[in-house]
Design a protein around this ligand. Structure first.
Ligand code: FAD
Length: 538
């Protein structure tokens, strides 16, 4: 049997799948059993797990293009997608806590969503994150032990065997950064020299304690990006019960009373409706999901009234609780140019800003080329250098997504509100201090001539922190699960007060996980599909 998740056109599979999908698109049904909105990290998982059952018809709707592009498939080219039609290109509101700066907030658009434009780092989240989700929802299925089982089922781990933590038979090819740059090894040595423990891989024991350093795990296979779409959906794209619609925007969910019965879509300039006989799953990401809910009449009643949108269900938490990791990059100049390898981010470090913490609150990803903010770039960017993307893993600041109007084609208002909580500024000071200590360690001396940003000997003040702050692109939390008044979905991901509508994407996280967010989004997709299969007896 050919492995259709492997890169390349295995055994003519790709041509077959393309022809099949063209035929499906030309002959759209009026009703599908399931409609999955958004083919990103979570949506790809949900669609695959439902369509595995030949008795279910599944329609997967994606606003962006397919993923057949070198900028997607070549791991080194990820930055070239930013600002293109593969990026929603959100712009946050000017933020007084960042000296009025308005951050750009990229999010993936196209098959794979974020997993087709991201840096390919695979990070599970900390034990304390998952146990927190179980406590918030009162559902042990979200706890660390349960989620560990899901991760073992997801992964096809290529590193040193570690049966307690790593699976080897799942759909997602995860490998340790292959042939990493010596600058990544220098980070491991430097951190170890400062007493930070080093681990063989970052997705096991390291995610249970106070932190550590390791080479990154990556979704790269045979030198090509292995997005979650490629891992999950592409191998079944020739199945008769799966229809994948690209370049199609879901404008709103349609209801019969409080029962979700279909979606209104825009495709090639025309608007139409498609029905779901069983359920609709929204997986449109943490900015577009609250937008879609509000456009559909699910949200804060005052907010909806302001825009003249009839209220289907008053849920004041929709769009609230926006969270994101924020990073403060420091940059060093190479003595001799060192070309980035893999995705250019091959080592990862978690540590804590205060000794009394029992879990990490800092997240560092090394980037093997300079990535300053637009402000810190003014300090002078070396032609050849590297940046430590040093950020807050557990920020306290919360933002909000709102609608500008009832017009689905308008961008939403993204109030990211980073550094609004003074505790974040305090952690940021410790974060930048540790980052500079690591960068000036002896381990880097063979490779680095000088710190350029903020600059050797420069005293770092809060103004530098506000100028350096940028998003880690880990937006989440805007339709959180739980049972309090501000929660939007229950532990089974069903929208409170509504039948036939579930949310499965980063929006449902009550708080951002400690680490990069695509792996937790894959878990959310697996959980959503488990729940649906169980409830529907599939
Ligand atoms: C530049 C960048 C780098 C990143 N690096 C990493 C990394 O290295 N490691 C990591 O773990 N995470 C990384 N992330 C974050 C990670 O990719 C996201 O957290 C993750 O993809 C979120 O998954 P999701 O399912 O919530 O949403 P997404 O993956 O964003 O998927 C949402 C999908 O829905 C589609 N959609 C939205 N609205 C509509 C609509 N109305 N109709 C139809 N379709 C719609 C979108 O086009 C998109 O395809 C990065 C993100 C970016 C942008």
């Amino acid at each position: 049997m050919t492995d259709a998740s492997a890169p390349g056109d295995t055994g003519g599979f790709e041509r077959r799948a393309r022809e099949h999908q063209a035929e499906r698109k030309a002959n759209l049904e009026t009703t599908y059993d399931f409609i999955v909105c958004g083919a990103g990290s979570s949506g790809s998982v949900v669609a695959r797990r439902l369509a595995e059952n030949p008795a279910c018809s599944v329609l997967l709707i994606e606003a962006g293009p397919d993923d057949e592009a070198e900028s997607v498939l070549d791991p080194a080219l990820w930055p070239t997608n930013l600002g293109t039609d593969r990026d929603w290109g959100f712009q946050a509101e000017p933020n007084p806590h960042l000296d009025g700066r308005a951050l750009s907030m990229s999010m993936g658009k196209g098959l794979g969503g974020g997993s087709s434009v991201n840096v390919m780092v695979w990070a599970r989240g900390h034990r304390s994150d998952w146990d927190h989700f179980a406590a918030e929802t009162g559902d042990p299925n979200w706890n660390y032990a349960s989620v560990l089982d899901i991760y073992r089922r997801i992964e096809n781990w290529q590193g040193q065997p570690d049966a307690k933590y790593r699976g080897t038979t799942g759909p997602v090819w995860v490998q340790p950064a292959k042939g990493p740059s010596p600058i990544a090894g220098a980070l491991l040595d430097a951190a170890e020299g400062l007493g930070i423990p080093r681990f063989d891989h970052p997705n096991g024991e390291m995610m249970e304690g106070v932190g550590g350093v390791a080479y990154a795990d990556m979704l790269v296979r045979e030198g090509r990006r292995q997005s979650l779409y490629r891992a999950y959906v592409r191998p079944i794209a020739d199945h008769p019960n799966l229809t994948i619609l690209t370049e199609t925007v879901v404008r709103r969910v349609l209801f019969d009373g409080r029962h979700a019965i279909g979606v209104e879509i825009e495709r090639a300039g025309s608007i139409s409706a498609i029905k779901a006989s069983t359920e609709i799953v929204i997986s449109t990401g943490a900015i577009n999901t609250p937008k879609l809910l509000m456009l559909s009449g699910v949200g804060d009643r005052d907010e909806l009234a302001r825009l003249g949108i009839p209220v289907i269900q008053h849920l004041p938490g929709v769009g609230r609780n926006l969270q994101d990791h924020v990073s403060f990059g420091c940059t060093w100049e190479y003595r001799e140019p060192l070309a980035p390898r893999n995705s250019g981010s091959e080592a990862t470090l978690y540590w804590k800003s205060r000794p009394d913490l029992t879990a990490p609150d800092l997240l560092f990803c090394q980037v093997e080329f300079p990535v300053p903010s637009e402000r810190t770039a003014l300090l002078g960017v070396p032609d050849h250098g590297w940046t430590m993307f040093a950020g807050l893993a557990q920020p306290h600041s919360r933002g909000r997504i709102r609608l500008k109007s009832a017009d689905p084609s308008e961008m939403p208002v993204v109030d990211a509100n980073m550094l609004s909580d003074p505790r974040d500024l305090e952690a940021a000071r410790a974060c930048v201090k540790l980052c500079r200590e690591i960068g000036s360690s002896d381990a880097f001396k063979p490779f680095v001539s000088a710190e350029r940003i903020p600059g050797t000997g420069r005293q770092v003040d809060d103004a530098f922190i506000r100028d350096a702050a940028v998003t880690y692109w880990h937006q989440c939390g805007t339709a959180k699960m739980g049972s309090d008044d501000m929660s939007v979905v229950d532990p089974k991901l069903a929208v409170h007060g509504i039948a036939g509508l579930r949310i499965a994407d980063g929006s449902v996280l009550p708080r951002v996980t400690t680490g990069n967010t695509q792996a937790p989004c894959a878990v959310i997709g697996e959980r959503a599909a488990d729940i649906l299969r169980h409830l529907q007896g599939l």
